[in-house]
Design a protein around this ligand. Structure first.
Ligand code: SF4
Length: 78
């Protein structure tokens, strides 16, 4: 399933340090803007696993994934 269909994706841009880790993992879904902060690309066709990997690799854990169907927070866990 496409990551952006599976997950509602939120990025805490205030905290983003612009290291690009999420962009490396899921370049169709995340991009750095001209403020060097991550933004979400709404038309991504990227697989959900790549989006999950991107959230997991964020050094600040500021990419929040919520299951679109259940509303449950998938990442960060607990
Ligand atoms: S991995 Fe996290 S800190 Fe790094 S650019 Fe992406 S959102 Fe920002």
């Amino acid at each position: 399933m496409r990551g952006i269909e599976k997950f509602k994706v939120c990025i805490d841009r205030e905290e983003c340090i612009g290291d690009g880790a999420c962009v490396n993992e899921a370049p169709e879904t995340f991009e750095l803007d001209d403020e060097n902060k991550a933004i979400l690309l709404g038309d991504s066709t990227e697989d959900e696993e790549f989006v999950l990997d991107a959230a997991r690799c964020c050094p600040l854990d500021i990419i929040y994934l919520t299951d679109q169907e259940t509303g449950a927070q998938v990442y960060p866990e607990g």
